[in-house]
Design a protein around this ligand. Structure first.
Ligand code: ADP
Length: 183
């Protein structure tokens, strides 16, 4: 499914984030930037050691990446030229600023893409795996952040959500339709 938002095309598909040919893909990283499971493990496996070397360099200069923030490396052997590593919140029940931090993870990733002149970007479902964020709530925040960013900025040209299974895909598509219909 796709829809157009001014100059930005927003797509939803089921797939593997490591195989996307967008200019950047987003990693659901952790604050250490040293890799982990899920999306993070898949990106480092597919992208090769160069990405981790760059992450270690960022870590030595800035001490990792706080929750809600984002950093950028090259894409190593991936089809994508860049990886934007962002850190979503761990779900603690919703009372520990999780929604604001998840929104920040999306907005800071999009901001970093813009600073680097990136024209297309693919996001996984940040925080909804090991970090246990309920998918429906996370999807509503993700699509709202994309609308909030893309409407005034009119970029990037393509924002793609890559969901790992059909259930998550349906949840994100429904969240998008609801957000757009209430504009
Ligand atoms: P977090 O720690 O932020 O929760 P995870 O990587 O554990 O991140 O999971 C985030 C989401 O990404 C989950 O829905 C998971 O099923 C999904 N996922 C795992 N591997 C991939 C992949 N290769 N491509 C796209 N999505 C993936």
């Amino acid at each position: 499914m796709h829809s157009l938002l001014n100059q930005t095309r927003v797509e939803f598909l089921r797939g593997d984030i490591t195989r996307q040919d967008t200019e950047a893909i987003v990693n659901a990283a952790n604050s250490s930037l040293l890799g982990g499971g899920g999306v993070d493990g898949a990106i480092h496996r597919a992208g090769g050691p160069r990405i981790l070397e760059e992450c270690k360099k960022i870590r030595s200069q800035h001490g990792g990446c706080p929750t809600g923030d984002a950093v950028i490396t090259t894409g190593g052997n991936l089809p994508a030229r860049y990886v934007i590593h962002t850190v979503g919140p761990v779900w603690h029940g919703g009372s520990q600023n999780e929604a604001m931090l998840l929104r920040a993870a999306y907005l800071n990733s999009l901001g970093l893409a813009q600073e680097n002149g990136i024209i297309s970007i693919a996001f996984p479902s940040i925080s909804t795996g090991a970090y246990c964020y309920p998918v429906k709530q996370a999807a509503a925040i993700a699509v709202a952040a994309v609308l909030e960013f893309a409407r005034p900025h009119n970029q990037p040209g393509l924002i793609r959500f890559v969901l790992f299974n059909d259930r998550d895909l349906a949840v994100y598509q429904a969240a998008w339709e609801e957000a757009v219909s209430s504009l």
